[in-house]
Design a binder for this molecule. Structure first.
Ligand SMILES: [Zn+2]
Length: 148
């Protein structure tokens, strides 16, 4: 598995942070930065103490996690089995959801429109709204995610 390691220690830095963003997560982290920029949010993930891992998640039904630690560091973890069987669009949805928690500090939003579709990528996955993600509603969902 390809691992990109970036040393984060910049000028005046006294903490030896090492950022790890595993394999195919990197492209989605970069897209998240690009979409943030397109929505007027200046974001450089390489300056944040956040890593991304593709791992087996033991908790049944949990497909991704944003973990925040007391030292301020954060980890996005996506379930490896799930990751390996989903499309690129579904991967983006999952990564953007977790980065929504970690970086944008968003909480879950299970509101739905009149057709029962989730109006937010930040839906919990447990409240029965339909979470379709397509070229048709991607723009709308990204506006909700970054502007909300
Ligand atoms: Zn969530």
């Amino acid at each position: 598995m390809f691992v990109l390691v970036t040393n984060l220690c910049l000028m005046g830095c006294n903490k030896d942070n090492t950022q790890v963003i595993e394999g195919e997560l990197q492209a989605h982290f970069s897209n998240f930065e690009n979409e943030a920029a397109a929505h007027g949010i200046d974001l450089d993930i390489s300056t944040l103490d956040i890593s991304g891992y593709i791992q087996n998640i033991e908790t049944i039904g949990t497909l991704g996690q944003c973990k925040s630690y007391s030292d301020g560091s954060q980890q996005v973890i996506v379930d490896e089995q799930y990751w390996n069987r989903i499309s690129d669009e579904e991967r983006e949805y999952l990564v953007f959801h977790e980065l929504g928690h970690c970086i944008l500090k968003r909480e879950h939003n299970d509101n739905k429109d009149e057709n029962g579709n989730c109006i937010s990528i930040m839906q919990s996955g447990t409240n029965g709204c339909k979470s379709e993600y397509s070229n048709e509603n991607r723009t709308q969902l990204l506006n909700e995610l970054f502007i909300n």
